[in-house]
Design a protein around this ligand. Structure first.
Ligand code: ZN
Ligand code: FE
Ligand code: FE
Ligand code: ZN
Length: 266
């Protein structure tokens, strides 16, 4: 198994050196790790939660060093969790073309100027209609699938983070976006961080995973670790959830190409 979604302290809200993440992954018996730190964005976009552009070469060097120091046969991938935000596509495209990455997750963390997954601003959920939030969010995810920038969509039902689960009427939106993911040949980030958050559920939900399995959408396991202890977080439960949904394989990206491996109970 591979953990394909972990961060580094360069994003200013994570701790632990890359080597510590590698050591934690080996302790949990993982076959590899893909670093996907928050990408640099234009300087006006959320500078507190990411490395500045000038540090991107340092990030690449740190991951290449971790790869060089990892034991033989242990995979260390270089990736990014890239924000999708309307208007920044050209910036991100240039960034992704400038260096060969193994894996790029496209994540929507903002609805307009609202960082809806930031705990400091969760009051906003009480001011907006729940269905409207999901409609706004999935419209952005839809645009992300059409951008051609990414390999996978990050934490597909992220607005549920603090417990604001989608109303039933949001299912049509999910269907639409899963169709777009399939059409664009994208994978899904199956993100166990949801089990560390108030919602207490994996991203995406078991119902979404079941539909994604029917559509044949590849899944990529990730812990979204922001500290070494979170590497491989509840992967046993994730494997159960995926088997239950109908999956028999998971995928890992190398050189931006997906590779399948069998899902096995530990
Ligand atoms: Zn983060
Ligand atoms: Fe994220
Ligand atoms: Fe992340
Ligand atoms: Zn994330």
């Amino acid at each position: 198994m591979y953990d394909s979604h972990v961060h580094t302290p360069l994003c200013k809200h994570a701790s632990g050196a890359p080597a510590e993440y590698v050591a934690a992954a080996r302790e949990r018996g993982l076959a590899g790790l893909v670093f996907t730190d928050h990408n640099p964005m234009p300087a006006w976009f959320d500078p507190e939660s990411r490395m500045p552009e000038e540090q991107l070469p340092l990030y690449i060097r740190l991951i290449e060093q971790a790869r060089a120091e990892a034991p033989e046969g242990f995979y260390v991938g270089l990736g990014l969790e890239a924000d999708f935000h309307p208007g920044t596509q050209a910036y991100v495209r240039q960034q992704l073309e400038a260096h060969p990455y193994d894996y790029v997750i496209g994540s929507v963390h903002f609805i307009g100027a609202w960082p809806f997954d930031h705990p400091n601003f969760k009051d906003e959920f009480d001011r907006r209609d729940r269905l409207e939030i999901y409609a706004d969010y999935y419209a952005l995810v839809y645009a992300a699938t059409e951008s051609g920038l990414f390999d996978a969509i990050g934490h597909l039902d992220l607005p549920k983070k603090f417990g604001h689960i989608p109303p039933e009427e949001a299912w049509d939106l999910v269907e639409g976006v899963l169709g777009a993911i399939k059409a664009a040949d994208l994978a899904l980030d199956v993100n166990t961080a949801g089990w560390r958050k108030p919602v207490g559920e994996v991203y995406p939900s078991p119902a979404i995973l079941k539909r994604a399995a029917e559509l044949g959408i590849p899944v990529v396991l990730g812990s979204d670790a922001h500290q070494p202890q979170e590497v491989g977080w509840r992967f046993g439960d994730a494997v159960e959830a995926l088997l239950e949904a109908g999956y028999r394989e998971a995928w890992v990206f190398k050189d931006r190409k997906p590779e399948a491996y069998p899902l096995e109970r530990a």
